[in-house]
Design a protein around this ligand. Structure first.
Ligand SMILES: *[C@@H]1O[C@H](CO)[C@@H](O)[C@H](O)[C@H]1NC(C)=O
Ligand SMILES: *[C@@H]1O[C@H](CO)[C@@H](O)[C@H](O)[C@H]1NC(C)=O
Length: 334
């Protein structure tokens, strides 16, 4: 009797040890330990039902139908200073990993992240992680959204980011990234590229003209050159080049019908504002502030400039006409 019971127990133990959900439960406890057993994860205890609807709070888990962890979100964890918890790399069915507002994490994103070949979403924001080693993201065929904003990443944009075949949303904003934007970073599916608030230099690669890119945010960097080839790109929707060192003649640029947001403030752009900019019905938001533009501001049909639009044109070389004061015209003396 007791032997049969023991055997039954053994077989059920064996099958549950082999069944992956138990392993993922142990992995979650390991992650908690590697984070220094933070208070916010105090309900993660031996044998806890991690697949059972932990849908709110600082540590959220969702499982596959077979009981493997497919989503892990650790948010607002006040862990003691700790490196990236490498046990995460053992959650091999993970499709979405969100780590945000875990300020005390430090060091690199470890290369074991390459084991997570099912990832669709990797969102690491507001941590102290400071390095993005080369050779990350080598097995990420399914990765579509890579959000690594507001960390402490320094160095240049790793070339391996150019190898993710199905990425369409890359966000590296608000780090300390230096160097130039890799020419093959945007290809394939890319439509959203967010690189604002870094220390990037060099030009926006000309090759981006022939990509599906629809939104590009490079505000607050040290970029140079003439990226106006983007303005006429098919499907372009949102361009923010503000506060860089771009220097080009705006007079003859062509504007795509789809371009809706164009922010050019705080650069060294010269020439006139082309009529095509005023005649495009799509424009909702424009900013030319603090450049070296000159000449008469073209007037829009249907919706004239308002006095409050004056700031869009402020601090240029010699722009004039509504909403700024009229241009001086030599004429017969009264
Ligand atoms: C930029 O990142 C730092 C570090 O995570 C953060 O403290 C700051 O709030 C972020 N800035 C913005 C505008 O999000
Ligand atoms: C800008 O280009 C226009 C048209 O080609 C030209 O007439 C103008 O002189 C240029 N402006 C400057 C400041 O180079």
């Amino acid at each position: 009797m007791s032997i049969i019971f023991f055997l039954l127990l053994l077989s059920s133990c064996t099958s549950s040890v082999l069944s992956a959900d138990v392993n993922d439960g142990l992995v979650l406890l390991k992650i908690k330990e590697q984070l220094g057993n933070p208070q916010e994860l105090s309900n993660w205890v031996d044998g806890f039902q991690f697949c059972g609807g932990l849908t709110s709070g600082n540590g959220q888990v969702q499982c596959t139908s077979t009981g493997r962890v497919k989503l892990l979100a650790l948010q607002g964890i006040t862990a003691p200073a700790a490196p990236f918890p490498e046990a995460i790399c053992d959650l091999t069915e993970l499709e979405a990993l969100i780590l945000s507002f875990v300020y005390n994490l430090y060091g690199p994103i470890p290369s074991c992240i390459n084991q997570l070949s099912n990832l669709h979403l990797l969102d690491v924001e507001y941590t102290g992680l400071s390095s993005l080693p080369e050779f990350l993201f080598l097995n990420h065929q399914k990765l579509t959204n890579l959000i690594l904003s507001s960390n402490a990443f320094s160095g240049s944009i790793p070339a391996s980011l150019s190898t993710i075949p199905n990425l369409y949303h890359l966000d590296l904003t608000n780090n300390s990234l230096k160097g130039s934007i890799p020419p093959d970073l945007v290809r394939g599916q890319y439509t959203y590229l967010y690189l604002s608030d870094n220390r990037l230099t060099g030009e926006i690669p000309k090759s981006y003209q022939w990509t599906p890119l629809s939104s590009i945010y490079v505000r607050n960097n040290k970029l140079t050159g003439d990226p106006s080839f983007l303005f006429s790109k098919e499907n372009i929707f949102w361009i923010d080049l503000s506060n860089n060192n771009f220097e080009f003649n705006l007079s003859n640029v062509e504007i795509s019908e789809t371009l809706t947001y164009l922010y050019l403030g705080f650069n060294k752009i010269y020439g006139n504002i082309p009529k095509s900019i005023a005649s495009s019905d799509h424009f909702i938001n424009l900013d030319f502030r603090d450049n070296k533009l000159c000449g008469e501001i073209p007037q829009r049909e249907g919706f004239p400039w308002q006095p409050s639009d004056a700031s869009i044109f402020a601090d240029n070389k010699c722009l004039c006409g509504s909403p700024l004061p009229p241009c001086y015209k030599a004429g017969p003396a009264p």
